[in-house]
Design a protein around this ligand. Structure first.
Ligand SMILES: Nc1ncnc2c1ncn2[C@@H]1O[C@H](COP(=O)(O)OP(=O)(O)OP(=O)(O)O)[C@@H](O)[C@H]1O
Length: 213
């Protein structure tokens, strides 16, 4: 099987009728990480959501594993099996525990993970004491860690991460940075945004600047 590759060709994106950026082209190969740069409101989240198929691009083309992402209004699952999207929001149900939330999120991405595996992952991220507590009763940083735990549970090659370090303390940011570097070192691809300091050890990171319309 060919190496995974994300191709973005002359992409223009926006919200509603309003275009935000134009002319974005990028080829992200296996073993590469790229950071999307731009001011608040420049369209970084819109870009990542478009790449997932949650919005249709205004113009241009996106290819992942040789095909365009599923359109948001199709009956098929929006998230493809071979990408992991961690959005700005944590996508957690406040009434469910971290274990229950991760069970659901992994199933939605086409994977099943045992409770034991999920519990061990949460423990490794310092979340053992809250693993059975409703997520609405967790701190902001704890909720972000729960959401990011998917990065230890998924085997998807492409990660799209929107502000993954938000609400994380220094130690958790270091753990996240090491996990991203490990994934890329193993041939994964990561496209991320961040306003927080995020160090990726020994990893060259390409910079992608959005050009405002
Ligand atoms: N649901 C929505 N409907 C209409 N416009 C939206 C919606 N969500 C965001 N926008 C607008 O789209 C623009 C781009 O938003 P986006 O979230 O992509 O920016 P961003 O670069 O990720 O910003 P930040 O750095 O603040 O996270 C903003 O002007 C925002 O007001």
């Amino acid at each position: 099987m060919a190496s995974p590759r994300l191709i973005i060709d002359n992409l223009s994106c926006g919200r509603g009728e309003r275009a935000l950026f134009r002319g974005l082209s990028l080829i992200l190969e296996a073993g590469e990480a790229a950071r999307v740069l731009g001011d608040n409101g420049s369209g970084k989240t819109t870009l990542l959501r478009t790449l997932c198929g949650l919005h249709a691009p205004f113009d241009g083309d996106v290819q992942w594993q040789g095909s365009a992402p599923a359109a948001a209004d199709e009956d098929e699952p929006i998230l493809q099996d071979d990408l992991c999207f961690v959005g700005h929001d944590n996508a957690l149900n406040g009434a469910l525990t971290p274990i229950e939330n991760l069970d659901v999120l992994m199933r939605l991405s086409g994977r099943r993970r045992s409770q034991k595996h999920i519990r061990e992952t949460l423990t490794s991220l310092g979340l053992k004491p809250v693993a059975n507590r409703a997520c609405e009763r967790l701190s902001a940083g704890q909720r972000r860690r729960v959401s990011l735990a998917r990065l230890w549970l998924t085997d998807a090659p492409l990660w799209l991460l929107d502000e993954p370090a938000s609400a994380l303390d220094v130690d958790a940011r270091a753990v996240l940075g090491a996990r991203i570097a490990e994934h890329v070192g193993a041939g994964g691809l990561v496209l991320f945004t961040t306003h927080e300091p995020l160090t990726l050890p020994d990893l060259p990171v390409r910079a992608i600047e959005l050009t405002a319309c």
